[in-house]
Design a protein around this ligand. Sequence first.
Ligand code: ZN
Length: 339
Amino acid sequence: MTATPSPTRKCLYCTETKPLNAFNTEHVVPVAFGTFGSDTMTISCVCIDCNTKYFGTQIEPKLSRDSIEGVMRFNSGLKSVQSYRHLGKRATLRVEVVDGPFVGAQVFLCPPAAGDQLMLVPPPQIGIARSEGEPLKWYRLDEESLPPNDEIKKAFGQQPFVQLWGISYDEALPFLESRGVKSSGWTAGPMANAGDRMATNIIGQVERKHLRTIAKIAFNYFAFHFEGLAFLEQFDRIRRFVRHDEGNGLVNFAEKPLVVGDPVPQGHAVGIQWDGEHNRCWAQVTLFNTWHYNVLLMAKGFSVLVPPTICGHFFDPKAQTVRRIVPIGAGSVQWRSAD
Ligand SMILES: [Zn+2]
């Protein structure tokens, strides 16, 4: 008697052959960025070890919780602002005040007590200048960033102008004195009022985990449409970049929306173009369509000529729909709605 071998399949990312029950549903666009009803694109060729145990815990949270695109999920109304969680000390996302008396100071995004916009909350910090009206240099009091008293005097003179933010003078003085900072002779600026409006810039550092998640969206999308091709060795570079953090230069940033329109549509998009002449395959990816990324999926070419193929979709997280997009012209990197 021979046992019937249980059915197996190969994982798109680790390329191991495993029984079918070792696979689950991988979403082309991570669920954190929305679902799209019956139009939701999923693939079933990614194993649980890659999808849930690795991407879901090690890679994707960086993009959904510590990037500007991650914050856009809340400001676009896709996610409830009450559920916003900052990555804390591991976070690289910063918000800086760019205008007014607090210019250069840092603020954190926090869930509001009420309302639908993320709140800006300053960590305790001190701004120091030689005199009032000069730009303040800010030091966080909850980090070891404040220089010793003699260095402060050297940099800012004997009577520096100081401004506290996120902490009261009563709370700050004992701390500053314990650090050898003498408060006598200071000129202190006024406290900020809750509700003061300030211009801010969100500064996101693009890290490899961000780029790998973007590349995964591109490659998932490719596999959704061309699953057979995605397993070929020509795609090993992008596969290994996403799964094993190997290789460089496969993703670059472009500072314009991917999908044009009036108004510019708000949502995610992926487009694929085969460059038959150079035997390359590019994808373009955007989340929220403020800027986009170019992802080189394949550059080694095929020995058999592949006809140029164009394929693109726009994902609307509010309407929960998906629609086709086409390049705005031959060889263009920007796309428009197909109808
Ligand atoms: Zn796998």
